[in-house]
Design a protein around this ligand. Structure first.
Ligand SMILES: [Zn+2]
Length: 68
């Protein structure tokens, strides 16, 4: 199941929503302020953000780590 991370534009709260399918209509509301003005961020797995930069592999010593 895809997990999407959202950031509330009203209060800045960041929360995750799990969708049963990638085609499911995205209509989320902030769990804190109930605002529906949340912007979708990059999908994350395991809470890691910003680890998709090419050549940014820091978890292994290989020169070309392309596992995805
Ligand atoms: Zn909010």
């Amino acid at each position: 199941m895809p997990i999407y991370e959202f950031k509330c534009k009203k209060c800045g709260n960041v929360f995750e929503e799990i969708f049963r399918s990638s085609s499911e209509k995205i209509a989320v509301s902030c769990p804190v302020c109930k605002s529906k003005k949340a912007e979708k961020m990059m999908s994350v797995f395991g809470g890691k953000i910003g680890n998709t930069m090419p050549g940014g592999c820091s978890s292994c010593s290989a020169t070309s780590c392309s596992t995805s």
